[in-house]
Write a protein that binds this ligand. Structure first.
Ligand code: URA
Length: 447
């Protein structure tokens, strides 16, 4: 079939066979189907839906668009984590070295910023010299030597996701369960892992804003992963407000360094430790979550996790002295304060994650077209957070960027993300539930 026939089939609500999905993905990946036809196809599928069998076929086609690694000759249970995307979600950056320092190898393949959410690759590349594009040989060698490696999709590993991810980002075709599942799992299943942890987010800053949709996404991700023979666990986490205080690429690396030094905001530390404990258990280095949490805390306290992070930065060409002094780099940015408006009396009720995410894209921390350059310093630090008292004129946040071009607008946008209430509320736990072995624990909610 020609590309136009696939587009027509989906436009008219039809289903592609397994062989047709493979053909479509293969021809798009090798450049025979242009972006404009794939964009039309993506939108047709987004609007008309896909059968579960099509989602599995798409995942398989994207997975086999490149090499599927076998790391079974390296010792240990290899475990990775993936987030469905959020604002201020820098967790992968401190998490991978913490888990590696506890003896569990972490081979991680991540993505770039998508929609209003930040991406681990863009964040890591804000470290001068850091390369997220390694050969398979270098990836294996680094994993064997230091137990942690963080790269992106390459020409060899999940190349279809590399192209489709960039195209979905700029064609408004991100928030669709079959595409998210195929995108995440094609990368993760190609890595050679033994088990997978999924951080599935809901709330304003997540792609699945409604909790019930996020639960469906979690069930789908775990189900498809298991179908491909990889055990998976999903944590359902709240992304209604930015995670931690920093949003933007270098600002989030700086906050990750703070976490590795034991000084992170409580919500960021909570999510990181919860995921670390799960990964340490999945990696068979602890038998309970409590034991896993204690090991993760000790890896931070002893400095072992930070040392592991610096070893990874050095191995991937980054400048380790920059991560020793993240504040020095930040001081090169041009900064402006966000002040509380005249009607801001009482307490911060919440900070809308989507508003902040969109403001940061406009500032240059993300892309509006595939060709857009990222400003690594662009971002903000939220100084007042939920429950903090406010009077008009207070400094709520600081916005920064390499140039002044969009700073004034970002100041106004971040101010609008703040909501106020006459009484103080304290934030709930970010971890809302856990899905494994086909069931929800129904674990929690408010603190
Ligand atoms: N993360 C991914 O890797 N892909 C998506 O589609 C969404 C989040």
């Amino acid at each position: 079939m020609h590309a136009v026939d696939y587009i027509r089939l989906k436009r008219d609500g039809g289903h592609l066979s397994e062989a047709q999905w493979h053909d479509l993905i293969e021809r798009y990946t090798d450049g025979h189907i242009p972006d404009y036809q794939m964009s039309a196809f993506l939108m047709a599928a987004f609007l008309n839906g896909m059968a579960d069998t099509e989602m599995v076929a798409l995942t398989d086609a994207m997975l086999h668009s490149g090499v599927v690694l076998d790391l079974s000759d390296l010792p240990g249970q290899k475990v990775d984590k993936h987030s469905t995307g959020g604002v201020g979600d820098k967790v992968s950056i401190p998490l991978a070295p913490i888990v590696a320092a506890c003896g569990v190898p972490v081979p991680m393949i991540s993505g770039r910023g998508l929609g209003h959410t930040g991406g681990t690759l863009d964040k890591l590349e804000s470290i001068p010299g850091f390369s997220t594009s390694l050969s398979i040989e270098a990836y294996r060698k680094q994993l064997a030597e230091i137990g942690v490696v963080m790269i992106g999709q390459t020409d060899d590993i999940a190349p279809a996701d590399r192209k489709l991810y960039a195209l979905r980002d700029v064609t408004s075709t991100v928030e669709f369960v079959p595409f998210i599942a195929a995108s995440i799992l094609s990368k993760k299943l190609a890595e050679g892992i033994d088990a997978l942890l999924l951080d599935v987010k809901f709330g304003s800053g997540a792609f699945m804003q409604a909790e019930k949709d996020a639960r469906h996404l979690a069930e789908t991700l775990v189900g498809v992963s298991e179908r491909f023979g990889k055990p998976a666990v999903a944590l359902l986490t709240d992304m209604d407000q930015p995670l931690g205080c920093a949003v933007g690429n270098w600002p989030e690396v700086a906050e990750s360094v703070m976490l590795l030094r034991g000084e992170a905001p409580e919500d960021l530390m909570e999510v990181t430790l919860a995921l670390a404990a799960e990964m340490i258990v999945a990696g068979r280095k602890a038998s309970t979550i409590e034991e896993g949490t204690a090991q993760a805390r000790e890896a931070i306290r002893s400095g072992a996790a930070f040392e592991r992070f610096k070893a990874m930065v050095t191995a991937q060409g980054g400048d380790p002295s920059v991560v020793d002094e993240p504040g020095a780099r930040m001081s090169r940015a041009i900064a402006a304060d966000v002040h509380a408006p005249a009607d801001a009396h009482g307490f911060v009720a919440r900070i809308d994650a989507l508003d902040v995410g969109r403001a940061m894209i406009e500032l240059g921390a993300g892309r509006r077209t595939k060709e857009d350059d990222i400003d690594p310093l662009a971002g903000c630090v939220l100084l007042k957070r939920q429950g903090d008292p406010v009077v008009p004129g207070d400094v709520l946040a600081r916005v920064m960027a390499s140039t002044e071009a969009h700073l004034a607008r970002a100041v106004a946008d971040v101010a609008r993300a703040y909501r106020y209430a006459p009484t103080a509320t304290s934030p709930d736990s970010r971890i809302r539930d856990r899905f494994s072995n086909g069931r929800w624990e129904g674990r929690m909610t408010a603190k």
